[in-house]
Design a protein around this ligand. Structure first.
Ligand code: MGD
Ligand code: MGD
Ligand code: MO
Length: 809
């Protein structure tokens, strides 16, 4: 989230699109209720289904799955054509006036630089022009046809209300009503928040859908302000912490990145990430990359790394490719992986194309499961009749189960969607032989290190030199780890403003990432967490909910990254002089001498606004981007491509063009393209989702939840049920090109047929929660049906749009 949960109450308008917060985030949804009750806010829901969120909305519009870029691009066109944008904001805080390179082009669905064989782009032309001073060239009059503004306007001019109706199936009057409501927040006195989750991410163009939403918010001046923002409602209680700590194949903690194979040179690796400002007097905060990187390496390897060995650069793996989950299972299926450790993850249930996963796991030598429960993955080799029809005699894989504790049986911090690190305390003793994840991992590490010490091996250094300073090496405490993430001084640090003064004594905790150094004198295991356990102690454990300005800025409740800032880019809530646009919900302001406010300002207290530093401090241009430069895989402006399985067989924007039906730069592997179904055989569009009464695949082990939602079902609209002669409550078989499931049919008014390109499109809804392990009625894994293809930026699978056929059993 750019903002945070409580801040939703400040919104005048809430858009829930690509999510179903009332169902999947029922606790956080209370802030929508607060906004409606105390702020007279209106709620819009756009969803293929009339959901629990829709049932309490002021306005609901249906949409065909996977077409949100058309819808949102249509809103962008509406706002530009009707002049409903916040002029001062876009002029000063975005790249509207920047001039794009001559060799950049967009033609028939493809941007310049496409390589069809590699299915990827050379992005060098996707950039701004530079002047002789090295800075970006701009045209403040916006008349130059190569300004970002002109290119944007041209790009979305095609996304008319008629196009929206024809492609999304959303009736034109409903679409226009949504546009009008959104346009009402273009002024400085009204704000809209966007709440989204998987209905936007789980598509082969998911990241670009989210970008389109962000562009919309920029046009309306809704980023950086209270009650605004782009707010990803995250899933598991600590999934924000997972990405923060870099548990993705290409990341290091704090969104630092692993080097790629060609990056063998340390200085070049650092230089490529230390972005120089593209406009005068911009902060370009990644200029500090080396400080964060060196402090991380010192945290990991201590005295073993120094300037002489480039701070252990050779210890880091250099990526030959991404190792996301799709890549891993594809390699496994090819027999190229021997072992797999599954920690708190049930991929047989959670990953796409169960048949492919089963084949992949069957080729492993060993599979380790760290989980408090038996899962479908730990039982993948066992025959459960029709629900898991495998022959154990043909599977060689040895499965080890290491029982872990659950979150309530340990202490530590969970990071919520609003970036708050909230400390929690142990509530119960773990049962039986269960050990915490930390203890299991530590014991594995100690044994591996012992073996490497004794036997050497190809390159033992990174393992045997790992710093392991914990009081009980087999069981580091959460406090020890949290202090390491937060960081400390390794030597006495002088105050940079006054070298005669001491800033921190050797060993002392640091107050924040501003104190990190690139000379090896500080450590921090995750720079964005620096200061969470600071000189005054564990700030994550704070529980003071005082809210001095009444807008939910409880700065002494827990601790938020970065720097305890609650609303990112909050400088954008003020005009150029530093005066809040909306005096009723001020976040920060310039008092003539310093930045002050209800939030932690984006930059140094004495940064005089007259010097023109922009609010988007991470970007070298200091402003927000409509034109994504090289940032995205498939192009600088989001464009509509159809889901890989779609009901048309072509992209209605380019009915005759080949190769641009679906995202030309998606995450896709050879064999899987052949497994895509066609509309002739699988005529209905399916989407998958969750229910309040279950949490994925584990609450089917809990009797109460199993009673509340005992049996697998699929939702079918009344007109389709009539067409197929299916009665409510009868058994149906739902198949895709990859397999089938059987479930009870729930015939509902909540899913209506849509008219797309003149033809009727039926959508089928499939909840995800059932499987063959647990005490609820056994069922089929929903991911038997889903395609093995993902977004090119995030590698998230396309769970939200594929084709099925439905039959009576
Ligand atoms: N009770 C409960 N709560 C949970 C979870 C759970 O299992 N149970 N899981 C947690 C996790 S890990 C996550 S990630 C979150 C997920 O939270 P959400 O994303 O809100 O949950 P979903 O039900 O997967 O999908 C949301 C909605 O997207 C809609 N949708 C599908 N396709 C499209 C589309 O193309 N466009 C639009 N606009 N909408 C579409 C679906 O109809 C559905 O209503 O929930 C979390 N909360
Ligand atoms: N078709 C379809 N597929 C989907 C989705 C969808 O919308 N549609 N959503 C996707 C999303 S967003 C998600 S997040 C995934 C969810 O997929 P998973 O994360 O695989 O699902 P969970 O059932 O939440 O599995 C987590 C496991 O962690 C275990 N666990 C709980 N606490 C601990 C602990 O402290 N330590 C350890 N080691 N284990 C613990 C639980 O017992 C459980 O078995 O599914 C994905 N798959
Ligand atoms: Mo999730």
């Amino acid at each position: 989230m750019t903002n945070h949960w409580v801040d939703i109450k400040n919104a005048d308008l809430v858009l829930i699109m690509g999510g179903n917060a009332a169902e999947a985030h029922p606790c956080g949804f209370k802030w929508v209720t607060e906004a409606k009750a105390h702020n007279k806010a209106k709620l819009i829901v756009v969803d293929p289904r009339f959901t629990r969120s829709a049932s309490v909305a002021d306005y609901y519009a249906p949409i065909r799955t996977g077409t949100d870029i058309i819808f949102l691009g249509g809103v962008i066109r509406y706002l530009l054509e009707n002049d409903k944008i916040q002029h001062e904001y876009v002029k000063n805080y975005t790249d509207f006036s920047f001039i794009v390179r001559e060799d950049f082009s967009f033609d028939e669905g493809l941007y310049s630089g496409y390589n069809a064989e590699k299915r990827s782009y050379d992005k060098s032309s996707w950039d701004y022009e530079r002047g002789e001073d090295g800075y970006v060239r701009t045209d403040p009059t916006l008349e130059n046809p190569r300004t970002v503004y002109q290119l944007l306007k041209k790009h979305y001019s095609r996304y008319t209300p008629e196009t929206v109706e024809r492609i999304c199936g959303t009736p034109k009057d409903k679409f226009l009503r949504v546009c009008e409501m959104m346009a009402s927040t273009a002024g400085t006195d009204r704000a809209m928040t966007i709440l989204y989750a998987l209905g936007w991410t789980q598509h082969s163009i998911g990241s670009q859908i989210i970008r389109t939403g962000a562009m919309l918010q920029l046009l309306l001046g809704n980023i950086g302000v209270a009650g605004g923002g782009m707010n990803a409602l995250r899933g598991h209680s600590n999934i924000q912490g997972l990405t923060d700590l870099g548990l993705m194949s290409n990341l290091l903690p704090g969104y630092l990145t692993l080097p790629n194979e060609p990056e063998q040179d340390f200085d070049a690796y650092i230089a490529a990430r230390t972005q120089k400002p593209l406009r005068p007097n911009q902060l370009s905060y990644w200029q500090n990359y080396k400080k964060f990187h060196v402090s991380l390496m010192k945290a990991w390897w201590g005295d073993a790394v120094s300037a002489e060995n480039n701070w252990g650069y050779d210890y880091l793996p250099k990526l030959d490719k991404l190792y996301d989950m799709l890549q891993a299972y594809d390699l496994m299926q090819q027999g190229k992986m021997n072992g797999y450790i599954c920690q708190g993850f049930n991929p047989l249930a959670a990953a796409p194309n169960k048949a492919k996963l089963t084949e992949a796991f069957s080729k492993l030598k060993f599979l380790v499961i760290m989980d408090p429960l038996a899962t479908e993955t730990s039982e993948f080799w066992r025959n459960y009749g029709e629900h898991n029809d495998v022959d154990p005699a043909k599977i060689q894989t040895e499965v080890f189960r290491l029982p872990t504790t659950c979150f309530a049986e340990e202490e530590g911090a969970l990071v919520n969607s609003g970036r708050w690190l909230q400390w929690h305390w142990k509530g119960a003793e773990p049962p039986g032989e269960a050990l915490s994840d930390i203890e299991i991992m530590s014991r594995l590490f100690l044994r591996l290190r012992e073996q490497y010490r004794k036997e050497g091996g190809a390159y033992p250094d990174p393992v045997v030199n790992l710093s392991w300073p914990y009081a009980t090496p087999a069981s580091p405490t959460a406090a020890e780890l949290a202090k390491e993430y937060s960081g400390r001084a390794l030597q006495d640090l002088a105050d940079p403003n006054d070298p005669t003064k001491m800033l921190r004594k050797a060993g002392a905790p640091l107050a924040g990432f501003g104190e990190l150094r690139d000379d090896g004198s500080t450590i921090s295991g995750c720079w964005i967490y620096a200061g969470a356990w600071g000189p005054t102690g564990n700030l994550m454990a704070r529980r003071d909910n005082a809210d001095p300005t009444g807008i939910g800025q409880t700065l002494n409740w827990a601790w938020a990254w970065p720097a305890n800032r609650r609303v990112l880019y909050n400088r954008a809530s003020c005009d150029l002089e530093g005066k809040p646009y909306d005096p009723r919900r001020r976040l920060v302001w310039w008092n003539g001498k310093a930045w002050a406010g209800a939030d932690v300002p984006d930059y140094k207290a004495d940064e005089d606004p007259a010097k023109g530093m922009g609010p988007f401090i991470m970007n070298p241009e200091g402003v927000a981007r409509f034109f994504a430069r090289g940032g995205m895989t498939e192009g600088p402006f989001p464009e509509h491509y159809e889901p890989f399985e779609n009901p048309l067989g072509y992209n209605p924007l380019y009915p005759k063009a080949q190769g641009v039906t679906s995202n030309p730069a998606a995450r896709v592997f050879k064999g899987d393209l052949a497994a895509m179904g066609k509309v002739q055989d699988f005529p209905y569009v399916a989407t998958t989702y969750r229910l309040t009464e279950h949490f994925h695949y584990w609450t089917k082990n809990v009797r109460l939840n199993a009673i509340l939602q005992p049996e697998q079902f699929v939702e079918i609209g009344e007109s389709l049920a009539r067409e197929l002669g299916i009665a409510n409550g009868s058994q149906v078989k739902v198949s895709s090109n990859r397999g089938y499931i059987k479930a009870v049919a729930l015939v509902t008014k909540r899913i209506k047929a849509l008219t797309v390109e003149g033809k009727t499109v039926h959508q089928v809804g499939i909840p995800i929660h059932w499987g063959f392990v647990g005490i609820a009625k056994p069922g089929f894994l929903t991911n038997t049906l889903t395609p093995f293809v993902g977004d090119g930026n995030s590698q998230t699978p396309e769970f939200k749009s594929f084709l099925v056929k439905v039959e009576k059993v």
